[in-house]
Design a protein around this ligand. Sequence first.
Ligand SMILES: *Cc1c(COP(=O)(O)O)cnc(C)c1O
Length: 371
Amino acid sequence: MQFRDLKAQYAALKPEIDAGIREVIESSAFILGKPVTELEERLAAFTGRKHCISCGNGTDALQLALMAWETGPGDAVFTSDFTYFASAGCAAVLKAVPVLTDIDPQTFNMDPDSLEWQIQRVLKEGRLKPKAVIPVDLFGQPADYDRILPIAEKYGLKVLEDGAQGFGGAIRGRRACSFGDMSITSFFPAKPLGCYGDGGAIFTDSDEEDARLRSLRAQGKSPTDKYDNREIGINSRLDTLQAAVLLVKLRAFEAYELEKVNQAAARYTERLADRVQTPTVLPGFLSSWAQYTVVFPDREARDDARERLKAAGIPSMVYYPRGLHQQEAFRSMQLPDEWYPNTVAMTGRVLSLPMHPYLTEEDADRVCSLL
Ligand SMILES: *Cc1c(COP(=O)(O)O)cnc(C)c1O
């Protein structure tokens, strides 16, 4: 059994994907070819944003967004403690300071009360300027924007949605990657919409930000003269080959994959709800199930379950084994565990199960019976 079965997906889409790849090779337009423009248009339409700017990966997308807001030394950038490193690393690499918040133990997403507490702490300390907040749509469910957006507005913070895992999710029909001032996603192969290598995209409704981001992803070039750079940018483009793959996969995602992954999640929840804490999807929210993560009563029960699955040849993952505040790279910030009780508790109790649109009912049932 695969944790995320990309081979089954390829088997289902092979003729179209092979044809798309062949066309790119025959055209020789490997960089910023027509499929890239077409994909950007389709993604903007899907998410409901005015602009989509593709780039090399989700990490670059976060960094480019912060660069477009001129984030740097002296700025505080708030994000969740329980996420992939890039959500906070993007601020640190620009010499801004990532400020970490605790999470809601039901949804695993940023706890808005912890966010406000951290903003007030930074203001009281007076050393940093609160600049932006990066809510993460963890495991496929959008963060609690109903509560986070008003807090951001109250303190004058920009909002950058980290939708690397959230693509396809929604709140009351409004799709992920449309919340806040800018959003990003990642096309890393295991994400809800993945390519065959690295890829990413940024979303905005602002024409100025769109132009700035297109310049920043091309070394800061001027829009009219490629060899006259107006500022310092980076080199981060989506390959035409990846765009061709994504165009096929996006069609399948819209046509049936998102629905099928939700059916697989419902089957797990139905069979597991009286054994473990199953994922909470808030009323009106839709998840794209980047991960299906259950919570055990304690570390021992979690590790036991993981061993049992492993012995039966079933892969599972611990997302995440530690909070960002516990990672070596951020140790010098000396963030106390007491600020992150829910993150610390969850790192010892969570387990993510095989989850993808091609998961068969038999496989799901096998996982459940072992738990
Ligand atoms: C995967 C991921 C990223 C980074 O995306 P890459 O394409 O791997 O650079 C950022 N944030 C979150 C929450 C992620 O899961």
